[in-house]
Ligand binder design. Structure first.
Ligand code: PLP
Length: 354
């Protein structure tokens, strides 16, 4: 595989972010879970989170938890399990988040078969409208049913916010979750190990002291890996300088900025539009839309304009840059959350762990 494009991943920064988040969370009675999905659960990243003091790794995909199997931490599956993957869920996840009785039956049967005890956190929907029952009675009924299933241990209640509906974590919705958790404990005479209130989006209300006592877990991904939380805003005491993307220039030419006699559609079926800036020095980098949405990348050199691309090519206007770029030079980009996810997922982007 060629060296470039490559995504640079600063593991020591991830560890430092994790240490700082563990310290702040602990002071608010919260033990964070470390979410690896943004980095496709590369074990190096899982280990960097463990080195920062987190002992529960979480991911949306069972395929990702398999990659973390050898690491010395508990594993939690975040996306509701599919019935068809129940065997792998019991094998590779210690804990899973659930909202369907049929799935709990499948997990129970598998757990019995594999002589394991599988821990279950029930998800309740507090209005963001992704997973979990919206009506309290449904969640309470599911808890009662979970209690009767062999091989399954009901260990917690959780909710997901700020994902689909953009509902912010608040004192109010966190208190609702606690109320339901209390009812589950009272009805079933159990003590829940986890009340898991939010993702990195919950750090704001935690740091301002507005998260109610009793919420004891946040599931942290973006904050550990990129230092961002609600609305992609930076989290205090974290560094955002974790990932960047290096690409190699394969052509530099001076060209007009408007195509000659443009009438056809572009490679993606869109009618292209152009701004006439006259003759400009342009560079082509060896990366394209197959690897990353070019709207998710920002050149570190802010005199470079990203003007477009196709599946395998990225076209830059380097006319106004002070750098003396040559064929073979590197151009480095900052990445949004989506940009990191795509580059980590693309098999054509080399992963460079620093
Ligand atoms: C992705 C995810 C998280 C982590 O979200 P971040 O914004 O990366 O902190 C937490 N919980 C669930 C259920 C998720 O799917």
């Amino acid at each position: 595989m060629s060296v470039y494009p490559c995504i640079n991943i600063r593991l020591d920064t991830i560890t430092k972010n994790t240490k700082n988040m563990v310290a702040t969370c602990t002071s608010h009675g919260i033990t964070p879970a470390g979410v690896t999905k943004l980095a496709c659960a590369y074990p190096q990243v899982g280990q960097a989170i463990i080195n920062g003091g987190i002992h529960l790794l979480a991911d949306s995909r069972i395929a990702n938890l398999k990659k973390l199997n050898h690491l010395n931490a508990q594993k939690m599956l975040l996306r509701l399990p599919a019935i068809s993957e129940a065997a792998d869920v019991v094998r590779y996840a210690d804990i899973s988040l659930n909202s369907e009785l049929a799935t709990l039956h499948a997990l129970s049967a598998e757990a019995v078969e594999q002589h394991r005890l599988h821990q279950v956190i029930l998800m309740h929907d507090l209005g963001d409208l992704r997973e979990g029952a919206f009506f309290e009675e449904e969640t309470l009924a599911l808890a009662r049913q979970a209690m009767t299933l062999p091989g399954i241990e009901l260990v917690g209640l959780g909710t997901n916010l700020a994902c689909y509906g953009g509902v912010e974590p608040s004192t109010e919705n966190q208190c609702c979750l606690l109320t339901i958790a209390d009812k589950i404990e009272a009805e079933n005479q159990i003590k829940l190990k986890y009340v898991t209130g939010a993702s990195s989006a919950g750090l704001n209300i935690m740091q301002s002291g507005e998260i109610p006592k009793g919420i004891n877990q946040l599931r942290l991904g973006a904050s550990l890996l990129m230092g961002i939380g609600l609305n992609d805003e930076p989290i205090p005491n974290t560094s955002q300088n974790t990932f960047d993307l290096s690409t190699e220039i394969i052509e530099i030419k001076v060209k007009p900025s408007v195509p000659s006699h443009s009438t056809a559609l572009d490679a993606f079926g869109n009618k292209p539009h152009f701004i006439d800036r006259g003759l400009r020095k342009r560079a082509i980098c060896a990366i394209g839309k197959q690897d990353v949405d070019i709207n998710q990348i920002t050149p570190l050199d802010n005199n470079i304009l990203v003007i477009g691309g196709s599946s395998d090519h990225l076209i830059l206007d380097i006319n106004d840059s002070d750098n003396n770029y040559q064929v073979g030079s590197l151009v480095t980009f900052n990445l949004s959350y989506g940009g990191v996810l795509q580059c980590m997922t693309s098999e054509y982007v080399n992963k460079h762990f620093i």
